[in-house]
Design a protein around this ligand. Sequence first.
Ligand code: NAD
Length: 484
Amino acid sequence: MQTQPAASHFINGQYVEDTGGEAFDVIYPATGEVIAKMHSATPDIINQALDAARAAQPAWAAMSGTERGRILRRAADMIRERNHDLSILETYDTGKPYQETSVADATSGADALEYFGGLAASLTGEHIALGDGNWVYTIREALGVCVGIGAWNYPTQIACWKGAPALACGNAMVFKPSETTPLSALKMAEILHEAGLPAGLYNVVQGLGDVGAALVVDPRVNKVSLTGSVPTGRKVYAAAAAGMKHVTMELGGKSPLVIFDDANLENAVSGAIMANFYSTGQVCSNGTRVFVQKGIKDAFLKRLSERLDNAVIGDPMDPDTSFGPMVSQRQIDIVDSYIAKGKAEGARLAYGGNRIDQPGFWIQPTVFADVTDDMAIAREEIFGPVMAVLDFEDEAEVMARANDTEFGLAAGVFTNDLTRAHRVAAGFEAGTCYINTYNDAPVEAPFGGVKASGVGRENSKAAIEHYSQVKSVFVRMDDMEAPF
Ligand code: NAD
């Protein structure tokens, strides 16, 4: 497959290169090979993208929602038709197994385009009667130019989760993918334009944090949506606040997964696997603090080890492979350092813990048992395949411990006690909660965090609130009075 794109950026409906920008390599995580060479956006490229977005947006907003939605839905169909090739490219970009990318990346992007494409025609204001025949009506308006900044774990999905609601509401988008995974957003831009999107409405510019920072402070930008870590979120939120810009912040987490001893053991183990090892543990909502009630602990750890033995670790392009490499040298070094910290802090290594000695960024699925709340592996986001298992005695104790974190992205509970399940979900300080399941993220449901994990929601009708604003128009039908 040709992994080198035609150029680094996609602006005003076409590929654009500027070799004056700093060069960087794209690496296939499974082998460490360079698969593309890119250039970071120069100030001129950033200008071109923002000017194109600014120029194209008013005419797009003036189109009917039905017309806008038709283009997004056409793009969704094209993505599904090309799912195989897009999934291979995503596997090259991220190292995630084709077994995953073929069902969770381009397909999820297509779902977002289809969903928001369908919603576009139904975006309306309301009529509010004020008495005496006077009234107010509201108009739901686009924000203008939206900037999307992505993380590297779900590059296609993030490009679409931000682009689809932005475009449905009549905005233009300038998207900056993560420098680690710059390839698939370009494909999304290509497909959207092939589907009929007018030039300038979905632009992709490449680069590191400095390019993101330049976009955030630009006065041509009305909204910023970031998917990234909490430290980056703090910087971007502050910079956006200075310009009084709208924000969506999808940030990191250290989410709790609570397993009571009445839970179905097999389902609980499946939940813990999905909450820790899908995408080689590189999922923001992962339930990496697994609280297991004492009565089920030994059985849980035994069955978990047996199930982990079934992981197929190998060539990500092989459809049988279920566990791939980490995304980068940097990320595997971070994970390694946390494994060393876990050992040094006295946690018991119950599974894995070693690098796999081959080219690329390979590490075993890893489980620590007997973890305590104060350990770094229980407090800090690792963003890799490292599960921390903590013991607990009763519900009140585990709820206090589960919520004792600055993060609040997600939380899960496994139990067969119906009332306890809902009580626990209500008590979690988290934006996204799961009962007897984990890490589902369908486009129909709101997704996002509380506390330091974020601001705003992606997906569902809730996302519309974050990509549009409401104008109130007061109408007086009788004579107007004044004091003098
Ligand atoms: P990161 O914070 O290092 O980078 C995210 C993006 O921000 C990148 O595109 C980067 O270039 C850009 N950036 C960095 N500094 C910037 C600045 N000062 N101004 C503007 N942009 C800047 O995160 P990452 O390592 O790419 O991704 C992993 C993190 O993302 C984890 O913390 C993970 O939990 C989080 N994440 C959250 C979600 C979610 O939906 N909540 C989803 C995926 C990943």
